[in-house]
Structures are given as structure tokens and as C-alpha cells.
Ligand binder design. Structure first.
Ligand code: FAD
Length: 304
């Protein structure tokens, strides 16, 4: 039995494991893939105090730091269910069950992808998902934002201040974003919005993106845009499917509902990072949330 078991090996999980282990309590970490989304990231320029690093390098340092504390790391394992029967029971897909007095859930999220040719090929070579992260890489260039919901229109407004020009492509005939955002985006002279646009392919020269193909869903016409970047903003999906049958409360989007201390609706179970209701999904934010969740788990343990 662990005192604190962390599920997830991204920035949130790594921070939680380090903070828990530093309290001298029995800490375990189970993750499908250590590093999480950081493993899929090329340049990182907003990890404060480190002007530039790369995903796999940061992931390796996260793992090395966690290992310094003798945390029991179980990787390559997926959690299938979480329940509470006195102790917290964490069932793995392999059939085994891990037991712990408290739990920190940090299973992160994944960006919904378009699923069109060229998207996977040019990921990190012009295809991007995070405007806060990758916007500055496209300074002075033309980009497209796919998706006319709040995140897409926010991205367009954000990017308009950095890049030369932004084209927003929305599949439906209207934008789903809040009016105030749509008005703001329409007031910017370097933002164009195209509705009824079905993106069909991300185009590139073999090493980086140079355009985008789409179909006008009204006329059926095939069209092309010349640009250097494509920001896909059609949703961030929390990795919480395995919690649907649990007693842990999720939002309708699947985010684990937490309070300011990282506590979930199930006593002794805390959560942190992109899998939760935390506003803004970023590395530094996830790390802070992981530390909060671990300190709250410790607080829970000394009171129970
Ligand atoms: P994640 O990093 O998603 O980690 C989740 C962990 O949980 C992984 O170890 C995963 O294997 C594990 N897991 C999931 N489900 C299960 C399960 N059922 N059982 C066991 N383990 C499970 N942020 C920045 O601040 N700066 C950037 O420049 C930046 N660039 C980005 C670029 C890309 C391409 C992407 C995708 C994201 C980027 N982000 C960036 C966002 C940042 O990576 C995330 O905010 C951060 O990784 C979230 O950390 P996390 O620990 O909450 O989750």
C-alpha cells in the first residue's frame, strides 16, 4: 500500500510525485508513458527560467528528478478504474490492482486532431495545437486556425498580434464562439473568417507546412491557402474515460472537477493538470497544480 499514488507521468504527475516523496511517505507513480504531452513537443520557450528546451529533453529531466527520490515508478501501464474501499484501489488494464491511502490523478489531455492527410506528417513542422506555446514561432508569417469555437477565435485574436495574417476556417455555417470574441476578431484587419470550410489536407514541401486545402461546402469548390502554420483548435480531450464509472465527478467535457486545493469529489483523491477543470493548460501550470495536489494529499493523510 502506498501513501500517495500518482497516476500520470507528465509535468503534473512528476511534480506531485516529487512533492509527496519529499515528505518521506511511500510514493508510487503509474503512467502509460512517462513525459506525457511533453514528449510530443519540439521547442519549449515558456518554461520559466529555461529560455529554450525541447520536449524529450525536459521529459528526461522530469524522470531523472523523480527517480532521485526513490519513487516507485510503474510505467507502460494503463489505469482502467479507480474506486474506494477503505483504501483507494487503482485497477490496471493488465488486471493488477494497486492500493494507496491517497491518490493524485494527473492523466492529462490530448488535442483532438483533424485526421486529414498531412496533419500528422507536419506536426511540430507547422501544424500546431497551442497558440500560447507556438504562436511566436510564426512571427511575421501567415497562419490558419481551424475551428470557430471559443478556443479557435481566442487563438485567432492572440495570433493576430504576432503573425502577419490569420485565416479562421470553420466547418459549420456559423461560428460557435461567444459574440464578444467574434466581434473582436472581425474588428482586426489581419484576420479573415471563412465558414462552411472543410479542411481536406495540410500541404507541405516535405519538411514544413506551406499551405492548406479546403472545400467550400456551399459551392463544392476546392480551394487552397498559402501559409506557414496551421493551428488546430477543435477541442482538448481530457484522458479521463476510465473515470466515467467511478464516483469522481467530471464536467460534461470529462474534466475532473477540483477545488483550489486540488481535491476531487472523492475523499483522499486529488487531481492536477490538463485532466482537470484548471483554466489554461500549460507545463508550468500543471507543475504547480501537481505540487498543490501532493501537498493536499499529505495534509489529508496527517488528518486521517
Ligand atoms: P500530460 O503531459 O498529458 O501527461 C499525462 C500523463 O498521464 C502521461 O504520462 C500519460 O501517459 C498518462 N496517462 C494518461 N492516461 C492514463 C491512464 N489511463 N493510465 C495511466 N497513465 C495515463 N505547454 C507549455 O507550457 N509550453 C509549450 O511550449 C507547450 N507545447 C505543447 C506542444 C504540444 C504539441 C502539445 C500537445 C502540448 C504542449 N503544451 C505546452 C501543453 C503541455 O504539454 C501540457 O499542458 C502538459 O504536458 C500537461 O501536463 P499533465 O501532466 O497534466 O498531462
Amino acid at each position: 500500500t502506498y501513501d500517495v499514488l500518482v497516476v500520470g507521468g507528465g509535468p503534473a504527475g512528476a511534480a506531485a510525485a516529487i512533492y509527496a516523496a519529499r515528505k518521506g511517505i511511500r510514493t508510487g507513480l503509474v503512467a502509460e508513458r512517462f513525459g506525457g504531452q511533453v514528449m510530443d513537443t519540439m521547442g519549449i520557450e515558456n518554461f520559466i527560467s529555461v529560455p529554450y528546451t525541447e520536449g524529450p529533453k525536459l521529459a528526461a529531466s522530469l524522470e531523472a528528478h523523480v527517480k532521485e527520490y526513490g519513487v516507485d515508478i510503474i510505467s507502460g501501464q494503463r489505469v482502467a478504474n479507480v474506486s474506494r474501499d477503505g483504501e483507494v484501489q487503482v485497477a490496471l488494464e493488465s488486471g493488477a490492482t494497486l492500493k494507496s491511502r491517497s491518490l493524485v490523478l494527473a492523466t492529462g489531455a490530448r488535442w483532438r486532431s483533424l485526421g486529414v492527410p498531412g496533419e500528422a506528417e507536419y506536426k511540430t513542422k507547422g501544424v500546431a495545437y497551442c497558440p500560447h506555446c507556438d504562436g511566436p514561432f510564426f512571427k511575421g508569417k501567415k497562419v490558419a486556425v481551424i475551428g470557430g469555437g471559443n478556443s479557435g477565435i481566442e487563438a485567432a485574436i492572440d495570433l493576430a498580434g504576432i503573425v502577419e495574417h490569420v485565416t479562421v476556417l470553420e466547418f459549420a455555417d456559423t461560428l460557435r464562439a461567444d459574440d464578444v470574441l467574434v466581434k473582436k476578431a472581425k474588428s482586426l484587419n489581419n484576420v479573415d473568417i471563412i465558414t462552411n470550410a472543410q479542411t481536406t489536407e495540410v500541404l507541405g514541401d516535405g519538411s514544413k507546412v506551406n499551405g492548406l486545402a479546403y472545400t467550400d461546402r456551399v459551392s463544392g469548390e476546392a480551394k487552397k491557402l498559402d501559409l506557414a502554420g496551421v493551428f488546430v483548435q477543435i477541442g482538448l480531450v481530457p484522458n479521463t474515460e476510465f473515470l466515467k464509472e467511478s464516483e469522481i465527478e467530471l464536467t460534461r467535457f470529462g474534466e475532473v472537477i477540483i477545488d483550489a486545493k486540488g481535491a476531487t469529489s472523492l475523499p483522499g483523491v486529488f487531481a492536477a493538470g490538463d485532466a482537470t477543470t484548471v483554466p489554461y493548460k500549460q507545463i508550468v501550470i500543471s507543475m504547480g497544480a501537481g505540487a498543490t495536489a501532493a501537498l493536499s494529499a499529505f495534509d489529508y493523510l496527517i488528518r486521517s
